[in-house]
Design a protein around this ligand. Sequence first.
Ligand code: DQA
Length: 148
Amino acid sequence: MSDGRSRLVVLNGANLDLLGERPAVHYGTITLPALERLVSDEAERLGWDCICLQTNHEGVYIDRVHEYRHEAALLVNPGAWTHYSYAIRDALELVSCPIAEVHLSNISAREEWRRISVISPVVSFTVSGKGPEGYLEAVRRLIVLAGV
Ligand code: DQA
C-alpha cells in the first residue's frame, strides 16, 4: 500500500520488453511502455496505485512474485514461461491476493504447446486474445475481486 491506496502489481515476463517488434499478427504494435501506461492510467482512474515490472529472468520473476505476494492484486503475463514453468506456478500458489493471467494473443488458438498454461490452475481468472484491452479488462475485474 502507499498513500492508503490499494496497489496493483503488473508482472510481464520473457520477451515482453520487445513488444512493438514482436509479430504484430499475435501481439499488435503496442510497445511495453505504452501498455504499462494504459494499465496504470486505468488503475489510477479507479483509485488504485499501480506498479509495472518486466524481466527476462525466471528467477527474478519468482523473486518479484514473492515480494508482492501480499499486495492487493497481481496481473501476470509470464510470456512463454506460462507453458512450462512449474517454479512460477508454485510461486503464484503462495500469493494471497487475486491474480489475473493475461495474454495478448489467443494462446488456445496457436501452437499445441502454447495451449497449455501450467499457471491457470492457481490464478483467479485468465484473459487471452484480447490484446491491450485484455489487460484493462483484467484490471477492472481484479479491482472488483479484491473488494477493497
Ligand atoms: C504471450 C503468449 C506466449 O505464448 C508467448 O510466449 C508470449 C506472450 C501473450 O501475451 O500472448 O511471450 O504470453
